[in-house]
Design a protein around this ligand. Structure first.
Ligand SMILES: Cc1cc2nc3c(=O)[nH]c(=O)nc-3n(C[C@H](O)[C@H](O)[C@H](O)COP(=O)(O)O)c2cc1C
Length: 158
């Protein structure tokens, strides 16, 4: 399950879905205004109870073996449309993993903690990909460890 505005999160998700043989589902929401004003706006919108409008496919998420939640970082947290969906407390499987993309290289510890709180789960795996990872192509090597953690249960039961 992913949300992506400019395609970075989607690009990484496509690779993960391909490697895992998993289905990709996208949250649709009106894109944020970009630039400094847009970033401020989405910060304010996050404070409003009504929030932004978004559309999530209707699936029995809790029946999947693993759900990977992917989003860009907005103002230090996972993007609003994903957070908003999680705030509605959808039924989730026991095993969740997080994918976060950002402009800055700094590891988004606070956003990961926030997603753990929202899902009520400790993720089985976390992948953070920054824009410089994407432009230099260095993220592809790092997804292997993430994928290993995602499928570890099969290794044990095999
Ligand atoms: C409203 C908004 C807020 C953002 N805030 C941050 C931020 O706090 N830290 C950061 O590193 N990048 C920030 N970014 C950059 C995005 O996280 C980054 O470009 C991401 O890779 C975009 O993913 P996407 O193409 O899947 O939408 C922000 C982008 C937008 C549009």
């Amino acid at each position: 399950m992913l949300y992506s505005t400019t395609g970075q999160t989607q690009k990484v998700s496509e690779e993960l879905a391909w490697e895992l043989g998993a289905q990709m589902h996208e949250i649709n929401a009106a894109p944020p205004e970009n630039g400094v004003f847009g970033r401020l706006f989405s910060g304010f919108a996050a404070l409003l109870a009504r929030g932004l409008s978004y559309d999530v496919p209707d699936q029995p998420w809790d029946r999947s073996d693993l759900l990977i939640l992917g989003a860009p970082i907005w103002n230090g947290r996972a993007a609003r449309p994903l957070r908003q969906w999680l705030e509605s407390r959808p039924a989730l499987p026991e095993r969740v993993a997080f994918l976060l993309t950002s402009e800055e290289a700094e590891y988004p510890a606070r956003a990961i903690e926030d997603l753990s709180d929202l899902t009520g789960r400790q993720p089985v795996a976390v992948l953070h990909v920054s824009e410089s990872d994407i432009s230099r192509g260095t993220w592809k090597g790092r997804i292997e460890h993430f994928l290993d953690q995602c499928v570890v249960r099969y290794h044990h039961s095999a």
